[in-house]
Design a protein around this ligand. Structure first.
Ligand SMILES: Cc1cc2nc3c(=O)[nH]c(=O)nc-3n(C[C@H](O)[C@H](O)[C@H](O)COP(=O)(O)OP(=O)(O)OC[C@H]3O[C@@H](n4cnc5c(N)ncnc54)[C@H](O)[C@@H]3O)c2cc1C
Length: 566
């Protein structure tokens, strides 16, 4: 995984994923055919960050002094640039707001602790001075998880100020246990840094979400994330061995390193708790030997439906499914091939000749010790053949691997060009998957067409399980020029997609987490008793509602919210 250790990026620009120069990904252009299909785009460069008005910090001098005592004066920043740099996450709407200067919310201060003790001290200051605290890892949340929201405690006044708790100083490898194959990290370690820290031991975490360059281990834990190689390496929840958290009522340690029967597993309560129950200050994760062999191939199925049947068979019937499985629907296949220039056009002709008029490409990847990938690959060949798949080859597979972090860079280019570009993800069991696929695609297309901006919607499946799979929709449309209209345009489409997901039996989120964006739909998924159970945990660990108000748990409307209903 050595090259992963070098996949980091420089400081994040205000309204983009990366500086156009700061990337190994070749600069891309918006294809002419896409502009034509979206009905023309009006270029929409970001306004200069100096045009964004930053209100004075609402932090009182006493609160500021107390925070300085907690973490050191150098680590409490109330200046505009630091506050602007923490103005929300990386969803399409976050970026539209920052690109246009429309309704940009900033925290009152950015506080950067250096240890568990300092995090605990900040939480204690927050309690005394009526502050809200937003834990912040890489800031790549796409569900409003790091929005600086003050919130209002039950029956009280809005909190005086909100501070963003930037965990980037806590970026050390605490310990490696090569015998047990575990590694303990502080939470602010980014994906590339984790790989760089593990490389001298010949170990890897193997967790590669598309946001890998910027996301942190604390963020992975807090959102229960899934990497592109989740089929082989497991989701983050499968990798967490132990956790240490600071909560407003004290320290929690969860997990003992080996399976046990000591009551419900507390790890499950904190993995995916999105900074609403506590701040992850240390995490021990399973690691494994870095692969010495990697084989990535592209195959093509005669249709998405045939591809779905095959990837289901991988998960259900093959002793070792590929580590990476990524099946594109017909529209994503067309788009992928059309954006690859001359090579893509040649490949498109080849694909159509071999697989017919509705081809669906599929990337498969195997990683492991010397001599293991060939045997693993042989195990799935009968499934591929039985479902009419044709091999395109390793060059196309390797090209996908080289460009697998390119999505956010391409999004920058599309946003500059005036496109709406966002993703929607869900999952369900295999039996309901085709219906869910149709329902979400139709909801997105109908809603956006209703705004006069018919979209291109394409989908892939990249996380497969014996019982079901995820669906990941990418949506492209003409962005409405007025920022307020653009917000309504996407908010309506997202609501339509979310309602369609719930009606078709999908989960509101397979890996992006709940945040604020999905909270209105959470109770529909876990039921009122489930929602009350989460509220009760929140009330036990964060009784004053300091942490991330409005994330994961509805702010209580009154004390009855945490009591059993009559
Ligand atoms: C381009 C792009 C691609 C993405 N691809 C994927 C993908 O492939 N798979 C995937 O799962 N997700 C993906 N995401 C979503 C996002 O990257 C993940 O949710 C990631 O795990 C967030 O990590 P982060 O460090 O950036 O967390 P942040 O965005 O900083 O925070 C996310 C949430 O976790 C909380 N939090 C952060 N650190 C801590 C901590 N130490 N303790 C307690 N709470 C904390 C925050 O308060 C917030 O609620 C993508 C996002 C983008 C923008």
């Amino acid at each position: 995984m050595d090259e992963l250790a070098h996949a980091g990026l420089g400081p994040r620009p205000f309204a983009r994923w990366a500086d156009p120069e700061d990337t190994a990904v070749p600069s891309s252009k918006v294809p002419v055919w896409l502009v034509r299909r979206l009905g023309g785009l009006t270029p929409s460069p970001a306004v200069p960050v100096s045009d964004i008005q930053v209100p004075p910090s609402a932090l009182t001098p006493a609160a500021a002094d107390a925070l300085r005592s907690a973490v050191g004066a150098a680590h409490v920043d109330t200046d505009a640039p630091a506050r602007l740099a923490h103005a929300g996450g990386q969803s399409y709407l976050d970026l539209v707001r920052r690109r246009t200067g429309h309704e940009v919310a900033v925290p009152d201060a950015v506080v950067s602790p250096g240890s568990h003790t300092e995090v605990a001290a900040v939480l204690s200051v927050a309690g005394e001075h009526e502050l809200a605290v937003v834990p912040y890892g890489g800031g790549t949340s796409v569900v409003g998880g790091v929005e600086p929201v003050r919130g209002t405690p039950p029956g009280g006044q809005p909190r005086r100020a909100v501070v963003t708790l930037d965990l980037s100083r806590m970026d050390a490898l605490v310990a490696v246990d090569e015998v047990s194959r575990t590694a303990t990290f502080q939470p602010g370690v980014t994906g590339p840094r984790a790989e760089a820290l593990l490389a001298p031991y010949g170990l890897t975490l193997g967790h590669v979400p598309q946001s890998f360059a910027r996301a942190t281990l604390g963020g992975y834990v807090a959102t229960r994330s899934a990497g592109q190689a989740s089929t082989g390496y497991g989701r983050l929840d499968e990798l967490v061995v132990t956790l240490r958290l600071a909560t407003p009522v004290g320290e929690v340690r969860a997990g003992t390193g080996t399976p046990n029967a000591a009551g419900p597993d507390l790890r499950a309560m904190f993995v995916g708790s999105e900074g609403a129950f506590g701040v992850v200050t240390e995490v021990t994760l399973r690691v494994r030997p870095a692969p010495v062999e990697r084989r990535y191939e592209m195959w093509v199925f005669p249709s998405f439906e045939r591809g779905l049947a095959a990837v289901r068979a991988f998960a259900q019937d093959c002793p070792r499914p590929p580590d990476v499985v990524r099946l594109s629907d017909e529209e994503e296949t067309r788009t992928t091939l059309a954006t690859q220039g001359a090579a893509g056009r040649a490949l498109a002709l080849f694909v159509r000749a071999r697989a017919g008029t509705t081809p669906a490409i599929c990337v498969l990847g195997w990683e492991g010790a010397a001599g293991t990938t060939r045997a693993a690959r042989s195990g799935v060949l009968p499934v591929l053949r039985a479902h009419g798949a044709v091999r395109i080859g390793t060059r196309a597979g390797q090209a996908w691997r080289r460009h697998r972090f390119a999505g956010p860079h391409q999004r920058d280019v599309l946003l500059d060009a005036g496109a709406l570009v966002e993703t929607v993800e869900t999952a369900t069991d295999w039996a309901k998957l085709p219906r869910l696929y149709d329902a979400v695609g139709t909801a997105l297309a109908t809603s956006l067409a209703g705004h006069g901006t018919p979209p291109v919607v394409f989908t892939h499946v990249s996380h497969v399980y014996p019982t079901g799979a995820s669906l990941y929709f990418t949506v492209l449309a003409r962005r409405l020029p007025d920022p307020a209209d653009a917000v309504v345009q996407w908010a309506a489409a997202k609501a339509a997609a979310s309602e369609a997901i719930q009606a078709a039996g999908g989960t509101i989120t397979h890996h992006h987490a709940v945040g604020r964006a999905h909270l209105p739909y959470l109770e529909g998924e876990i039921g009122p008793v489930g929602a009350r159970a989460l509220a009760a945990v929140k009330a036990a660990l964060d009784p004053a509602g300091i942490l991330n108000p409005g994330v994961l748990v509805e702010p209580p409307r009154g004390p009855s919210d945490v009591r059993p209903q009559e």
